[in-house]
Design a protein around this ligand. Sequence first.
Ligand SMILES: [Zn+2]
Length: 248
Amino acid sequence: MKIIQKDKEKAVFISEIDESLANAIRRSANEIGILAVDEVEISKNDSVLYDEIIAHRIGLIPLKNEKLKLREDCDCKGKGCMKCMIQLKLSAKGPGTVYSKDLKGKAEAVYEKIPIVILQDGQELELVAFARLGKGIEHAKFSPGLVYYRNFADIEIKNCNGCKECVEACPLGLIKLEKKPEIENIWKCDLCEACVEICRKKGNDSITIKPSSEIVFFIESWGMIEAKEILSEAVDAIKENLKIISKA
Ligand SMILES: [Zn+2]
């Protein structure tokens, strides 16, 4: 495994893992327990938006993940209690914009300035929101981020006449041409073949691109958990599911 990028928000690595395993990891990112608001009790809403729209917007606000029990595994048997639920309160009075940071409680929004609604002078919004852990397979708001992969590109250049057309043609600007063409950051190549096309048009056929057996794996977090945690917890989810299969 060769790591190209490792930040809180994004991780990129190249690996020779099998495509079926890469796909299993990708899919299992949606089996990680992620915190999101699931129920909203609105006691006052003078704003121009319906209760349902406000509830939907609050549901989609990414929250920093907390260690909670999944509701179905909790002692309360799904009723909702302190161990499996976090309560957030919002109370705002216009004029002004109500932001995600106005949700007060034991969970915190990843980004403070996500607008919920604009209140005019004298308008009020009062509500209680209940956040719980859920999985992306249930609803997209519980998904931790984007996980995707593609084949690593094998690019071969021979008999180049140095016309430089391919440098312009590459939409990602990966080709540099000094004395001979060189490709920078090949992992960014998405096999669009724009360079191959323009080279052929110019009567040359010097570039060939083939997908290699290696895979470039991308993880982009929405901020609830770090990118590397998405990978490790997705792998844990696969292990758990395999345990269930072997037991059965
Ligand atoms: Zn509970």
